[in-house]
Design a protein around this ligand. Structure first.
Ligand code: SF4
Length: 222
């Protein structure tokens, strides 16, 4: 893997200030996908969230989980039935294929349980590193890495935490700069800030107290 982005003058104080600022803004930040029980439902929801909002996923999953609450149940579903239920999340054919393949592999190889190891999770259909990090962090409380989604990637660049564009390389930079005990909460906080303040097209810099090298307007004091 590539070496992390080179540190810049001032990072030693600015990066901790970014982490502290995020913690003050969003002390309760958590995953916004709704799920119950063991991480199986969370894994389904994260697969559905590709190219789709969490709000939309949360509208669809109650019916999905009512009909197929666990891996054993979903493994016996038909592709057509699952496609019908998840249709509104987009890319529904591929997502249904991933859900069914994932549920069948869990049933055949893991007793219907979601593994706790990154390498084994990555063998499941539809599961890449971002999904595995969400499941391990939010589902099991295991800090195996840092979730890098579109918000984390965008804000990492704006906040000067990484100059990389490849998610795996961004994650390496974040792993290098964020203390491990903060990895899980940090990603939730960055995602919340991206959704609430630092939007892709129109970041609300006047409402943002973070020490940010990309700031477009001064922070308006409360
Ligand atoms: S100052 Fe602006 S660009 Fe920087 S993190 Fe805050 S909202 Fe985003």
């Amino acid at each position: 893997m590539a070496s992390p982005t080179r540190r810049r003058p001032g990072d030693a104080t600015r990066i901790p200030a970014v982490l502290d600022g995020l913690a003050r803004l969003y002390p309760e930040a958590d995953c916004e996908l709704t799920f119950k029980g063991d991480p199986f439902q969370l894994l389904c929801a994260v697969i559905l969230s590709a190219q789709c909002t969490d709000v939309r996923v949360n509208l669809v999953t109650p019916e999905l989980f009512r009909r197929w609450p666990d891996a054993h149940a979903l493994a016996g579903a038909s592709q057509t039935e699952v496609e019908r239920v998840i249709h509104s999340t987009g890319f529904f054919r591929n997502k249904a294929k991933s859900l069914l393949g994932m549920a069948r592999m869990l049933t055949e190889r893991h007793g219907g349980l979601v593994p706790r190891e990154m390498d084994i999770l990555l063998e499941l259909p539809g599961v890449a590193r971002k999904t595995a990090n969400v499941v391990l962090g939010t589902g099991y409380g295991i800090a195996s890495g840092v979730v890098v989604d579109t918000h984390v990637a965008r804000l990492s660049a704006r906040l000067g935490l990484s100059s990389q564009t490849d998610p795996k390389k961004i994650e390496l930079d974040l792993i290098d700069r964020v203390p491990r005990e903060q990895w899980i909460a940090f990603a939730h906080r960055l995602i919340w800030h991206g959704r609430r303040v630092c939007a892709a097209r129109k970041p609300d810099c006047t409402a943002c107290p973070l020490p940010c090298p990309s700031r477009l307007a001064p922070h308006a004091p409360d």
